[in-house]
Design a protein around this ligand. Structure first.
Ligand SMILES: Cc1cc2nc3c(=O)[nH]c(=O)nc-3n(C[C@H](O)[C@H](O)[C@H](O)COP(=O)(O)OP(=O)(O)OC[C@H]3O[C@@H](n4cnc5c(N)ncnc54)[C@H](O)[C@@H]3O)c2cc1C
Length: 467
């Protein structure tokens, strides 16, 4: 190990290697579920340096954990507690390499913080639509490695759909130069799609070319109170029918989610009274502010007439729109503040969601009275964060130890029976590795293992994550 670290230091310089000292920011995952210990943290500043790190890891058989902003929620971006795994942090690679306005594309390095990518696109008069609550810390490389979703998937798709090309360093230290702004390229297997969503288990993404879109003329946000999830689904249908592609956000929050925010973050203003389900809608209009407002008012009036909305508020200005979004984005923060909970990031056909929630709420309440379900998410994408919190007075740690396996079993059995997925957007990591092995189609698992072996023959890339 000493020879390995000395070679790394020589190649990366003092700024490029953290060894000894306090490495805790790189060793602890965001949810604080997987405390780890790193051999060291490599901080390469260029693609060539990443290649040198992986070449050395390959030669010395050192396992590598790629890391971006370390906001991942499945325990895939931090080392285990062996003290043998090298963290490879991309955060020094944060250059926007270029923007091609005519091609509506942007090329940026993997360590660019998502909010900085959005800002660079905006400066060029264009929109980079990927958006999630962690956007001030998560990185473009992490977004692609997890195929992140977020709040704009309904209109623009997830990270995979926004990506045109990648630059990747392979497990043996070769550089695959696949940065392309092409929208059509049928020249064999799609390597780009292989690395997207691979959670650092196949190689290291060092840069990407991403799609940009026109900036909407106006963006309007509203909150709507619905009595039931069936009503929220009816509102989604109506919003799609009336607004078409202009509907860019459709988020739901159950009563318990907003009550938790009120408890943990009382400074946040909640404009509507408590409702069974509160929906956050966003319209992005290409025409004008008046057109957007007319569309929104017409939609909400029709929804009230049909009886699927009880009350609604349209944000009057940008600040108010931010406040509305902040409520939705504050839910994970309020949950983190309240302590550990059992998280499920699931997707289902939208039509199956109300039935799933009714069945599961009843099943879990019968299983453990007092249990609290914090249920929120991207209803427009069929993606729910169905999180289960300990009954009042029960310590979260004890609750997880005693009930996590049983509750996961109940939730995932129902999800699979209804044709859903056990991971909609957060990935597999360490958190869902066993579930994946049990529930994924065996042929698909066999193919995934074959790909892993072909691309990472020594099994050094993020070992024991996902597979
Ligand atoms: C408050 C909060 C809200 C969130 N909301 C959402 C949401 O709405 N939608 C959503 O999808 N996710 C969400 N997440 C999860 C998380 O932010 C995303 O998964 C994000 O894409 C991770 O980016 P990161 O740079 O932090 O990656 P990290 O956490 O550092 O890494 C995540 C995974 O990617 C790998 N990786 C990182 N960089 C690279 C690279 N350059 N090459 C290869 N592999 C790499 C890591 O090894 C790990 O497996 C949220 C997280 C938080 C804390």
């Amino acid at each position: 190990m000493n020879a390995f670290l000395a070679a790394l230091r020589e190649r990366l310089g003092e700024a490029g290697l953290l060894a000894g000292g306090d490495l805790s920011a790189h060793e602890q995952d965001w949810r604080k579920r997987y405390p780890g210990r790193a051999l060291a943290v490599a901080r390469p500043a260029s693609t060539d340096e990443v290649a040198a790190v992986l070449e050395l890891c390959h030669a010395h058989r050192v396992p590598v954990v790629p890391q971006g902003g370390n906001t991942g929620l499945v325990g895939a971006s931090t080392p285990d507690d062996s003290g043998r795994q090298l963290v490879l942090s991309l955060t020094r690679m944060k250059r926007i390499r270029g923007i091609d306005v005519a091609n509506a594309s942007l090329t940026a390095e993997a360590g660019c913080v998502l909010a900085d990518v959005q800002a660079a696109a905006a400066e060029a008069g264009l929109l980079f639509p990927l958006s999630l609550a962690a956007e001030g810390s998560c990185t473009l490389g992490g977004n692609l490695a997890t195929n992140a979703g977020g709040t704009q998937v309904l209109r623009y798709g997830n990270a995979r759909e926004l990506c045109l090309g990648l630059e990747v360093v392979t497990a043996t230290g070769e550089v695959w130069q696949g940065l392309s702004g092409l929208r059509k390229d049928n020249t064999g297997y799609d390597l780009r799609d292989l690395f997207i969503g691979s959670e650092g288990t196949l190689g290291v993404i060092t840069a990407a070319t991403m799609k940009l879109y026109p900036q909407p003329r106006e963006r309007l946000t509203a909150l709507a109170a619905c009595a039931s999830l069936d009503d929220a689904v009816a509102l989604l249908g109506l919003a799609r029918e009336r607004a078409g592609d202009a509907l860019t956000g459709f988020e739901v929050m159950n009563r318990a989610s907003l009550a938790l925010v009120a408890r943990e973050l009382p400074q946040l203003h909640q404009p509507l009274g408590a409702a069974g389900w509160t929906v956050l809608l966003e319209l992005s209009d290409a025409e004008s502010a008046e057109h957007a407002r007319d569309l929104f008012e017409g939609l909400l009036e029709a929804a009230v007439e049909r009886g699927c909305v009880q009350d609604a508020a349209i944000a009057q200005n940008l600040q108010q729109a931010k406040t509305f979004w902040h409520l939705r984005e504050a839910i994970p923060l309020a949950q983190a503040q309240a302590g550990l909970n059992i998280k499920h990031d699931i997707s289902l056909p939208v039509s199956a969601i109300p039935g799933f929630v009714a069945e599961m709420d009843a099943l879990l309440t019968a299983y453990l009275p007092g249990i609290e379900v914090i249920d929120f998410g991207h209803l427009g994408d069929g993606n729910l964060h169905y999180n289960v919190q300990a009954p009042a007075g029960v310590a979260p740690g004890e609750f997880l130890a005693a009930h996590e396996a049983a509750i996961n079993g109940k939730v995932y059995d129902a999800v699979c029976r209804l044709g859903g997925s056990i991971s909609a957007e957060h990935g597999i990591g360490r958190l869902k590795r066993e579930e994946l092995a049990m529930r994924k189609d065996p042929v698909a698992l066999g193919l995934m293992r074959a790909i892993k072996k072909a691309l990472d023959p020594q099994g050094l890339m993020n070992p024991e994550r996902m597979l």
